[in-house]
Structures are given as structure tokens and as C-alpha cells.
Design a protein around this ligand. Structure first.
Ligand SMILES: [Ca+2]
Length: 157
């Protein structure tokens, strides 16, 4: 599910003219980038899970079971797309793949995009990031043991 489509060449031969001509036409069948049920934005796949789960369980027992990680968020447009998914599910916020070890992305992304709410991150015992999509989609650090919906991602490393 990393390729974006398949191309078939259909060739024929015309006998109507001399010299005979071979003609080909291409048929392009787009194949979805993302698995069924995932959302695609800019060559990346996101899965929103409304099951309320603590951060580590979401990463280890859910996202990695699907060969992915909790989602990195690399731009405001991605954050906005994710906000739409959370709001349409009637949820308030969701774990993202950012955790405090100097705030790194669990999927290994080196993206420096951040969207912290003013005064966040602010908790010495709050080591996991959640995006609060009920309003502006800004991020807060929360205790990792709190349970809430989450995003996995896949696609571009
Ligand atoms: Ca906080």
C-alpha cells in the first residue's frame, strides 16, 4: 500500500490503413495509498481510533500491531485534517506520537512542527502530547496514563 497506482498498456493493431499501425493506450487504475478505513493526506495515512487508551498502550498494543506508530504531525494542514476527524467523531482530543524525551516523535520523524497551546508544555509529570481538537487543535502535555482516543500514522517515514 505504498504504491499509488498501476498502469496497464493495452495495444492493438489496425488493419484499416497501410502501413499497419500499432496503437497503444494506457489505462490507469488508481490504487489507494492507505488501507481501508485510514485517511490519506499528502501521501501519509492516518488512522483515528476513538477507543480511549493510555499513550503507551495505544503505541505498543495498537499502532505497532498495525506496523505503525502513534502519529507525528508535521504541518498545520495535517493538524487541521486530524482536527476534522476528531470533531466529526464527536471527540475532544487525541494522543499524538510526541513524548517527552526532549519531545521526540515516536515514529522517528525529525519534524520540528509544534502547535503547543500558550503555557504548554507545563507539566513535570506530563510526558505525552495530546492535540485538543475541540477548539483550535493546539497541543498540551498530559499524564501518559490518561485514556483518550489516538492517531496512528503510516506512509512517508
Ligand atoms: Ca500540560
Amino acid at each position: 500500500w505504498r504504491f499509488s497506482g498501476s498502469l496497464f498498456l493495452v495495444c492493438g493493431q489496425t488493419r484499416a490503413r497501410r502501413p499497419e499501425r500499432i496503437f497503444c493506450t494506457s489505462l490507469h487504475f488508481p490504487v489507494p495509498l492507505c488501507p481501508t478505513g485510514w485517511s490519506e493526506y499528502g501521501n501519509r495515512c492516518f488512522l483515528f481510533q476513538s477507543t480511549e487508551t493510555d499513550w503507551a498502550t495505544a503505541e505498543v498494543h495498537y499502532c505497532r500491531q498495525h506496523h505503525t506508530d502513534l502519529a507525528s504531525v508535521r504541518s498545520m494542514s495535517e493538524n487541521e485534517q486530524m482536527k476534522g476527524l476528531v470533531q466529526s467523531a464527536g471527540e475532544i482530543q487525541a494522543w499524538i506520537g510526541l513524548y517527552r524525551n526532549s519531545w521526540m516523535w515516536v515514529d522517528g520523524s525529525n519534524s520540528s512542527f509544534r502547535h503547543w497551546r500558550a503555557s504548554e508544555p507545563n507539566g513535570s509529570e506530563e510526558n505525552c502530547a495530546t492535540a485538543v481538537h475541540a477548539d483550535a487543535g493546539q497541543w498540551e502535555d498530559w499524564p501518559c496514563s490518561w485514556k483518550m482516543p489516538f492517531f496512528c500514522n503510516a506512509g512517508k517515514p
